[in-house]
Design a protein around this ligand. Structure first.
Ligand code: BGC
Ligand code: CA
Length: 261
């Protein structure tokens, strides 16, 4: 017992290796260390850890709230942008709708306008006219050269006036025959009964060529008994054998156009 106390006293006042007196003993610290040695935690450590945990949780909560507020304000901002875009789009849509309606009313107004309507109809008839002439113009390569003239033998059947019009469209006239060899050349090329450029429409019995010259009584090839003026026959045709006949100008025949060189 005495020995133990002595030892204890010695231990208390012992100097360390460098000759310093050891620090005053801290019983609490020593208990804590002892508990640590035994694998136990002191309440102070526990409270500190708990405090840290609470602090961390509060910090996390604060950060989460801040982030959520940021997201909410961003969502609000995007939503406002979207709403603005939507309203712009709606107003543009309204504008386009109004323009379409205005145009529609303009169009129906134009259609109800008689002048415009007439112009459209005229244009349509002009177009169909051009289309009908186009088929003839397309076959321009089929013009045949004889002596001083080019001849085009059109096989579509049309009236005398129409034939003249189509020849004129191609810069030509219905054929004028002032010699036997031209008559023979023409006869050799025809495949149907054709109009020739001879008429007495201006004055009955007074036959004129489309070039304005009078029919030469020495150069004419009427079939025997013609022209008989049967009914109202003011235009001349050529039969397949080359002879001529007066016939109604509204008959529909093939035609021969002539272009002088
Ligand atoms: C006559 C012609 C007449 C023709 C009318 C013939 O039978 O001989 O003179 O122009 O008919 O289509
Ligand atoms: Ca006749």
């Amino acid at each position: 017992m005495e020995l133990t106390e002595d030892y204890e006293n010695l231990r208390k006042f012992r100097l360390d290796g460098d000759g310093h007196r050891p620090q005053k003993r801290n019983p609490e610290r020593e208990v804590g260390l002892a508990e640590l040695d035994q694998g136990k935690l002191s309440p102070r450590v526990l409270y500190t850890a708990l405090g840290l945990c609470i602090l961390l949780s509060v910090l996390t909560l604060i950060i989460a709230v801040i982030l959520m507020m940021q997201m909410w304000s961003e969502t609000k901002r995007l939503d406002a942008g979207f709403q603005e875009e939507l309203s712009n789009w709606k107003s543009k849509n309204r504008e386009v709708n109004n323009t379409i309606m205005e145009l529609q009313s303009e169009i129906s107004h134009l259609w109800s306008n008689r002048e415009v309507n007439n112009t459209i109809m005229e244009l349509q008839s002009e177009i169909s006219h051009l289309w009908s002439n186009l088929s003839l113009v397309q076959s321009i390569s089929q013009w045949k050269l004889f002596k001083q003239s080019l001849y085009y033998f059109a096989t579509n059947k049309i009236t005398w006036d129409k034939a003249q019009e189509i020849c004129a469209f191609m810069g030509a006239k219905l054929v004028v025959i002032k010699s036997g060899d031209v008559k023979e050349y023409i006869r050799g090329n025809i495949k149907c009964e054709h109009w020739i450029g001879l008429s007495d429409a201006a004055e009955e019995g007074n036959w004129h060529w489309v070039d304005g010259t009078k029919l030469d009584p020495n150069v004419m090839f009427w079939r025997s008994g013609e022209p008989n003026g049967a009914g109202k026959e003011n235009c001349a045709q050529m039969y397949m054998d080359g002879s001529w006949n007066d016939v109604s100008c509204s008959s529909k025949l093939c035609s021969i156009c002539e272009k002088r060189k």
